[in-house]
Write a protein that binds this ligand. Sequence first.
Ligand code: 5GP
Ligand code: ZN
Length: 112
Amino acid sequence: MTDCLFCKIARGEIPAKKVAETDQCLAFRDIAPQAPVHVLVIPKTHYTSVNDITDWAELAAVMAMGREVARSEGIDEKGYRLVINTGKDGGQTVDHLHLHVLGGRHMKWPPG
Ligand code: 5GP
Ligand code: ZN
């Protein structure tokens, strides 16, 4: 998608602090971190949200990179949170599917 922020990041048209990359996915640091570790993982294919996924292998690849990032950031043993906000009530603000990898502090439940 031409005008999509995360598609532009995936194409390298907008700079981002990359953490990991494969042909399918990209991980980069969130611009407004909500925890000591806050990384976003996106599929390079544009899906607006979970509601639009047609190839579940893409979501599997995103989740696998999320776990890899948790390992490389050193938060896998202590624990972390993987979040996919979906739609308005879900708190989604960027309309390109993304997985939040959050850690480095204790997470509260339930979320706000
Ligand atoms: P959502 O609220 O849609 O689940 O998450 C969107 C996330 O994208 C937010 O945590 C926000 O801080 C992050 N974000 C928005 N714009 C940019 C940007 O230009 N660069 C980066 N790295 N993160 C962004
Ligand atoms: Zn996009």
